[in-house]
Design a protein around this ligand. Sequence first.
Ligand code: CTP
Ligand code: MG
Length: 184
Amino acid sequence: MLEIIIYFLTTIVLAIWLMVPAYIANPMAVVFGGGTPLDLGMKWPDGQRILGDGKTIKGLIGGTACGIVAGFFQIYLASIFSIQFIPTITVIITLSFGALLGDIVKSFFKRRIGFVRGAELPLIDQLDFVAGAWLLTYIFDPVWFTRHFISSPWIILTVLVLTPILHRLTNIFGYNIKLKKEPW
Ligand code: CTP
Ligand code: MG
């Protein structure tokens, strides 16, 4: 029984560890966001904004930069504590930038189906950045991605279950400190 609990907890800690750059990039886009929108205010032929005011240049750059800094800190920690699960520099970049790219692509489709900026799309709003981070990492470092995610389905499952919970908690916090307009 104890072994099962330890295995369970280890899986959760490892899943979070492997996702750190994405988990930092996503909320930091909210912290650094604002100002010029990525779509520069332009509209799609359907008359709606391409992305909307919720996706900004500062958010994309600030979020990506914070995720990358967090990833370098992980490499540093991994060398001190001889942790085996080390992100490569490519992976740090793809997890951070991919997370925000996933969020941007989500907003593009949200606008196309007529959801205004900020409207809630349950589960998709919470997992868009995971999908983007994983896809970009798989494309640029398939060996790392296969070793750390594809070959451990439990890690994938843990991330998919844990992320919406963490996302929700972070957003309720962001809403309470008036950083975010909606608690989702
Ligand atoms: N944000 C940003 N730039 C990004 C991502 C997020 O500036 N690339 C900031 C925006 O201020 C945004 C807030 O973070 O309003 C919350 O992000 P999110 O929930 O992803 O955007 P929404 O405003 O809900 O817009 P959408 O409906 O397009 O998801
Ligand atoms: Mg939102």
